[in-house]
Design a binder for this molecule. Structure first.
Ligand code: NAD
Length: 695
């Protein structure tokens, strides 16, 4: 018998336990082990029914993703052994039953779950479809529309929803769950004929009567799923469940699965999945570094970011104290938080009750003496050193020893901030992205003196608040924003040289960004960048000027909020319409500057924008500010909306080839000047024939 699955008898019930830590994944040996145990139960005259459960309060989290795309085909006979068992098998789900986990449960005759369990078919998130019967069995249990929603959406569902949908038969408390499962198995031991999901076609009728259901789904996902194959294949799989006999449906699902698992989309999504996990590894910070566990947080400043950070902490169940300059600003911050929550209630993503629970975790304060016992403080005041330094002097005096003193600065020198305190080892950057309660990225910025314990504590904190933490070193703009600077410059220079904002936006949207970068600028407000440029021009008369966006701002075209920016906007309509005014500004500028407009191909636009940032990332790696190219990918995926099904900007560049990227950058260096000077790191990789992300 496989060591990964064991069989024990509890009276007349055979208990089959999957024991494959840490998450009981379906690694080689587990499926075969389950089949052997079911066969054993069937062969034992004393066994009347069986329970399939996972060790450690976890069912089967899913397939082993590491095995995917390697061409290993797991034999499938084990599924038949489980599904065609002569005695009833009850899947007893605690923790997660996702993907292959839920598919295994659907091979069983009954499914019960604990109150806290989650189920789902999230395969679409890694570019595939359920490949072990999910597309055939979920619609038979839950109905066709619900199956489409679950499989195409890829979300995790709480067990209560699983029961409402008909996927789960019953729910029990986590306490004494195994006993409840055994009692359930005893109750159904004599039921014949055995219910098998494959035989139950009743819920397919819904779509037989309404075949438009599939096209409606395709239409619904068209925008979000553009350039992707997996979401459409999920629909085809469910369609096959309705239109084909069960075994033919399974064969169709298998065919689709095979096509997808080896394709670039799945490779990129698997890369993104593993790269996010790898980001937790920082070269000089061992896994067993002691940490400060964060059980309470203070936030200084309740503006755009401070209020978002406060909500993020409250959402994660942490008590938060928020400090503002005065009562008035504090009231404004609390109002802002409440109204943002209320929008979520209107959208249906949280309940009014949850808002009250979260608001109750937030305490407004005006004195530093009210913060001292918090484990962590996050400063989010104005982005000015002369405002931040006095705040940190105060924090040094009032916070308990060992507390994490974090700044949300986007670009300021962490070491200078740390030097304002007598404990620079406790000072660190925790850079959230806007909106802080939505964006997943947390850039963790190490100062020169930041201790390893504080870095490791912030990594843990990121997990605690459901963010993806990525550690990097200290420089102007850190890794994320600094790597975006050339992108922003290049999109503006393309406009000077011959492209229009709508051309650039179309290319980036078609590539997979949710919006084009000019439309994003209009959404965020063009005045933000303008203020920054004015400061840079004042500080450095030689700073590169961007006359086109400057003129646009001088005309008050700040974006959506003024109903005019790079594009024109109509009342109550966020659609960007190409603007004659902007086209005139651009053509006037070109005439004045003596620029003969060039015409760019879509590929040139895309590559000029992305290659410029790739070169910058190489420079940051060369300086040792970033630890690995893959970290930049994690940041771009979670902070900048880079399309996940392309893996990341460095992974994407690897598909083109480091040498080809280097050659193009060198050619642009000759043609366009110093800003394209290739990074020595890039040159070295190209010469050595290496890649960014896999060596
Ligand atoms: P904001 O102007 O919206 O908010 C700043 C808040 O700090 C204001 O409410 C102000 O009253 C308060 N404040 C100022 N001085 C204070 C003091 N001494 N004590 C207490 N409160 C004080 O600014 P924001 O956009 O929230 O930015 C805050 C920080 O976050 C900045 O460092 C900024 O660079 C950074 N950041 C901003 C963004 C963004 O997109 N807005 C993104 C990432 C990081």
């Amino acid at each position: 018998m496989s060591e990964l699955v064991r069989f024990e008898k509890r009276g007349a019930i055979g208990v089959i336990t999957v024991d494959n830590p840490p998450v009981n994944a379906l690694s080689p040996g587990v499926p075969e082990g389950m089949a052997e145990c079911v066969a054993k139960g069937n062969a034992d005259p004393d066994v009347k029914a069986m329970v399939l459960i996972g060790q450690g309060g976890k069912f089967i989290a899913g397939a082993d993703i590491k095995q995917m795309g390697k061409g290993n085909t797991t034999p499938t006979e084990w599924r038949e052994t489980v599904e065609m068992s002569e005695k009833p098998v009850v899947a007893a789900i605690q923790g997660y039953a996702l993907g292959g986990g839920l598919e295994t449960a659907m091979l069983c005759n009954y499914r019960i779950a604990s109150e806290t369990a989650k189920i789902g078919q999230p395969e679409v998130a890694i570019g595939i479809i359920p490949g072990a019967g999910g597309t055939q069995r979920v619609p038979r249990l839950a109905g066709v529309q619900a199956a489409l929603d679950m499989i195409v959406g890829g979300e995790h569902y709480p067990s209560s929803a699983g029961k409402d949908l008909g996927i789960l038969d019953d729910i029990y408390s986590d306490d004494g769950f195994l006993d409840a499962a055994i009692a359930y198995a005893e109750k159904v031991a004599d039921v014949r004929p055995l219910p098998r999901v494959r035989d139950n076609d009743a819920k397919l009728a819904e779509a037989k009567d309404n075949p438009g259901i599939f096209d409606a789904m395709r239409k619904k996902i068209a925008r979000k799923a553009r350039n992707q194959r997996a979401p459409y294949a999920c629909i085809e799989g469910v369609e096959a469940a309705v239109n084909l006999p069960f075994d033919d449906g399974l064969a169709k699902e298998r065919e689709l699965f095979k096509e997808l698992v080896a394709a670039d989309e799945a490779k990129s999504l698997r890369y993104a999945f593993f790269t996010e996990r790898q980001a937790r590894n920082v070269p000089d910070i061992p896994k067993d570094t002691p940490i400060t566990k964060v059980a309470s947080v203070a936030v200084i400043g309740g503006g755009t970011m401070g209020s978002g950070i406060t909500m993020t902490c409250a959402d994660a169940g942490l008590p938060v104290r928020i400090l503002e300059m005065n009562e008035e600003a504090l009231t404004k911050a609390m109002d802002r938080i409440r109204s943002t929550y209320e929008v979520s209630v209107k959208r249906g993503s949280i309940t009014a009750e949850q808002v009250e629970e979260r608001m109750a975790r937030i305490t407004p304060v005006t004195s530093y003496s009210d913060l001292g016992d918090c484990d962590m403080v996050i400063e989010a005041v104005f982005e000015r050193m002369d405002v931040k330094i006095p705040v940190f002097k105060q924090l040094d005096q009032s916070m308990k020893q060992g507390a994490i003193l974090a700044t949300n600065s986007s670009a300021l020198d962490i070491d200078e901030i740390a030097a304002a305190t007598n404990r620079p080892e406790s000072v660190i950057g925790t850079h959230f992205f806007s909106p802080a309660n939505v964006m997943k990225l947390l850039e963790i910025v190490r100062g020169e003196k930041t201790s390893k314990e504080i870095v490791a504590s912030c990594q843990r904190f990121a997990q605690q608040i459901a963010k993806v933490g990525v550690v990097c070193g200290n420089c102007d703009g850190f890794l994320a924003n600094r790597s975006r600077v050339p992108f922003n410059l290049e999109m503006n220079l393309l406009i000077e040289d011959g492209a229009l904002p709508q051309d650039v936006d179309k290319v980036m949207y078609d590539f997979g960004y949710p919006m084009g970068p000019f439309a994003v600028a209009d959404l965020a407000g063009n005045d933000i960048g303008w203020e920054g440029r004015k400061r840079r021009y004042a500080a450095n008369p030689d700073a590169r000027k961007l006359p086109i966006p400057d003129t646009i701002c001088e005309m008050g075209r700040f974006g959506q909020k003024t109903r005019a920016g790079w594009f024109d906007y109509k009342e109550g309509d966020r659609t960007p319409y190409p603007s004659d005014v902007v086209e005139k500004i651009i053509s006037d500028y070109r005439e004045e500057a003596g620029i003969t407009p060039k015409s760019f191909t879509e590929e040139e636009i895309l590559r000029r924008i992305l290659f410029s940032s790739i070169n910058e990332i190489c420079k940051i790696l060369d300086e040792g500010i970033a630890y690995k190219a893959t970290d930049a990918d994690v940041m771009w995926l979670n902070g900048f909306g880079f399309p996940r099904y392309r893996g990341g900007v460095m992974f994407w560049a690897d598909q083109i080839g480091v040498k080809a990227v280097y050659d193009q950058i060198s050619a642009w260096y000759d043609e366009l000047g110093d800003r394209w000077a290739p990074s020595p790191y890039l040159k070295k990789l190209a010469e050595e024939g290496k890649s960014f992300t896999s060596d």
